[in-house]
Design a protein around this ligand. Structure first.
Ligand code: ZN
Ligand code: ZN
Length: 125
């Protein structure tokens, strides 16, 4: 795979990041001011299609993350946007579904949405 400097810079940032990042957040973290937002968007999208990064969405914004320390996903509070790292339990289901449809899975994507404990209290849920 061809790894240009731009791709490498964005990938390094995601590798170092402990939490998922949006294209805007990545752009502001980049030292290179010649890269524009659409380049960052395009690169992230390519990474996602290639299965290099996973993503979660909040209010029309996609947040990208590496599967650094073992495969995992995120659970996001839709009120305060707090993110929790959660284990993946999809592998067995994915395998079963792939067999059934003769589908060759390259990667998958999963995000759990809801309200954290503090927000449930705040919103009297
Ligand atoms: Zn919350
Ligand atoms: Zn998973």
């Amino acid at each position: 795979m061809r790894m240009t400097n731009q791709r490498k810079m964005i990938l390094d940032l995601l590798k170092k990041s402990r939490m998922p990042k949006s294209a805007e957040m990545i752009l502001s973290d980049l030292p290179d001011h010649t890269m524009n937002l659409s380049t960052v968007y395009r690169t992230l999208d390519a990474f996602f299609i290639e299965g290099l990064v996973s993503k979660s969405s909040m209010k029309n914004t996609a947040y990208y993350y590496m599967q650094n320390q073992g495969h995992h996903h995120y659970m996001i509070c839709i009120n305060c946007q707090k993110m929790y790292e959660i284990d993946c339990h999809l592998d067995d289901i994915a395998e079963h579904v792939a067999d059934h449809h003769h589908f060759k899975i390259t990667h998958h994507d999963m995000t759990v949405y809801g309200y954290c404990e503090a927000c449930q209290k705040e919103l009297n849920m």
